[in-house]
Design a protein around this ligand. Structure first.
Ligand SMILES: NC(=O)c1ccc[n+]([C@@H]2O[C@H](COP(=O)([O-])OP(=O)(O)OC[C@H]3O[C@@H](n4cnc5c(N)ncnc54)[C@H](OP(=O)(O)O)[C@@H]3O)[C@@H](O)[C@H]2O)c1
Length: 506
């Protein structure tokens, strides 16, 4: 018996964790294979899948980038990436098998004829590895190069096999550009062949949100405006923008985090139960949420930018002093909003959302705050002793779920304090959580689009962001400052204090 079998026997909860299906034989073509995403996320994820026996026997990876590299050079580069960023100890046998099907072609693909060397290499690799003509194209290239690559590969229809296209964010920078990109892609690929990544959807805790809501009978009856006072969704980062100043200047918190990750978390929290857990059924429900989102007025919005301060004990500079950032920049590094989902379930229940950089701590959470008990029959010094119940879903870090309950403090009188009932992933299942990219790549290889966004979802998300940004054009001086290491600008507090509520501080 192996060490891992022993561990599995000791922990019966692990029995449900093995992946049930293995993908068809296929070749994965990564455009942008010499880039950062490939090195930090994609290859380590592929290695983890290989190590867990989740890749098909007939599998190949063709890397494409503009940097000149030999196959051996690419393999060495990727081996280093896996050793540095992988979540498992490096295993030579796993690596040997993966590397045997790994090739690289240097090509820019800025005109359709430039694809010749790539198709030649792909066909040779397919013959060698027996991948049956099934192809997955991964677009890990900058937005400016996306259409060139899609135009080139749009005509590469394998004889007999299937093909899929994985597209990385950003999916446009506003509604018009998202529509244009969607139309461009959908002239060449069917929607069912397109897998648009929002890597938050690959996170275990985000998937658990659906299970929590729809596999536990106790929540559905209270998951509505009658019992829930409000919802808070927070995506706080303590890091700044690092070396991504040029990118961030044109993006900002609203487009970078709110448009995709926060809105997806909101949709999963607010959506109706889908008829079944299939891609279109779930995505239909999410689109209904986006369509029900009221367009917020300016008074429901806050945007801010960090100044100098201290984060985790170290002094940090302000946003305008960061590299490649304009000294007069008005890019928002913080965004908060009070949103309403105008439907029967949620009418009148605020969803407060916020995201930002250089905040006090890194954490992503969804807090469902229930209404207070209608009447307290105890003689208490203050009603504050009995707090409203909160269901807190920790997306990252410390993945898990906790519920705050009021309990009697042991003693002779009645004193009430909030206590937590915790479920922590690490502790309960005693296993590491897979990286989001592992799950997402595996699902794309399997052809399961449930964790990917559909064209209409993306467009609905941008339509809301456009409406928000239009307010800002009419309010150019509305950017508030905040001290790095704080919880954001003071008007974000005012936004929620005005409703006699407050942001959670964890
Ligand atoms: N890095 C992340 O953590 C991350 C996270 C989420 C989303 N993304 C998205 O993923 C994409 C790639 O990001 P990245 O950080 O990996 O960028 P990157 O480090 O700049 O790499 C870009 C890659 O695309 C290649 N490339 C550029 N223009 C090309 C063209 N015309 N034809 C073919 N290849 C071309 C580059 O080749 P050469 O370098 O060899 O010239 C390089 O391999 C971007 O859309 C980004 O927004 C990245």
């Amino acid at each position: 018996m192996t060490e891992s079998q022993l561990a599995d026997d000791a922990n019966p909860l692990l029995a449900g964790l093995a992946g049930p299906r293995t993908p068809d034989p296929c070749a994965l073509v990564i455009f942008g294979a010499s880039g950062d995403l490939s090195r930090r996320k994609l290859l380590p994820a592929l290695y983890a899948l290989a190590r867990n026996g989740l890749l098909p026997d007939a599998f190949a990876v063709l890397g494409v980038g503009r940097t000149e590299m030999t196959d051996a050079g690419f393999q060495a580069h990727m081996r280093g990436a896996i050793e540095q960023h992988g979540r498992f100890a490096f295993d030579e046998d796993v690596w040997r098998e993966l590397a045997a099907g790994m090739r690289y072609v240097a090509a820019g693909l800025d005109d359709e004829s430039a694809g010749g060397p790539v198709t030649d290499a792909l066909k040779a690799l397919e013959r060698e590895r027996g991948t049956a003509g099934n192809r997955v194209f991964y677009l890990a290239v900058p937005p400016a190069a996306m259409e060139d690559v899609v135009a080139a590969i749009g005509t590469w229809r394998p004889a007999g096999g299937w093909r899929r296209l994985i597209v990385e964010k950003p999916l446009g920078h506003d509604l018009a550009s998202a529509r244009q990109l969607n139309a461009f892609v959908l002239e060449r690929f069917f929607e069912s062949e397109v897998f648009r990544i929002d890597h938050y959807l690959g996170k275990e805790t985000v998937q658990n949100l659906a299970v929590l809501r729809f596999a536990n009978g106790i929540f559905e009856p209270v998951w509505n405006r009658q019992f829930i006072d409000h919802v808070q969704i927070t995506a706080a980062e303590s890091i700044g923008i690092g070396s991504r100043g040029a990118f961030y200047e044109h993006t900002g918190a609203t487009r970078d985090i709110f448009q995709n990750h926060l809105l997806q978390l909101l949709a999963l929290t607010a959506m109706e139960p889908a008829a079944d857990f299939t891609a279109d059924a779930v995505r239909n429900e999410k689109v209904k949420v986006f369509k029900s989102l009221d367009r917020p007025g300016l008074e429901q919005l806050v945007r801010g930018q960090y100044g100098p301060g201290f984060v985790e004990g170290g002094e940090v500079r302000g946003y305008r002093e960061e590299e490649e950032v304009a000294s007069e920049s008005v890019t928002e590094t913080y965004f908060a909003a009070k949103l309403y989902v105008d439907n029967w379930r949620w009418a009148g229940t605020p969803f407060y959302v916020r995201c930002g950089k250089r905040l006090a701590r890194q954490e992503t959470t969804i807090a469902i705050q229930f209404k207070r008990a209608p009447h307290l029959p105890f003689a208490l010094d203050s009603d504050d002793d009995a707090r409203p119940n909160v269901l807190l879903i920790h997306i990252q870090p410390d993945e898990g779920v906790s519920m705050t309950l009021n309990a009697k403090v042991p003693g002779y009188g009645v004193t009430i304090r909030g206590v937590n009932m915790d479920f922590a992933y690490g502790g309960a299942f005693r296993t590491d959580l897979p990286e989001a990219y592992e799950r997402l790549i595996l699902d794309a290889l399997l052809g399961d689009a449930i964790l990917f966004t559909r064209a209409d979802e993306v467009e609905e998300q941008w339509a809301l962001v456009d409406a928000i940004r239009a307010h800002w054009q009419a309010d150019p001086d509305g950017l508030a400052g905040y001290v790095a290491g704080s919880w954001g600008p003071s008007n974000a507090d005012a936004l929620i204090h005005g409703d006699n509520r407050s942001w959670r501080r964890h």
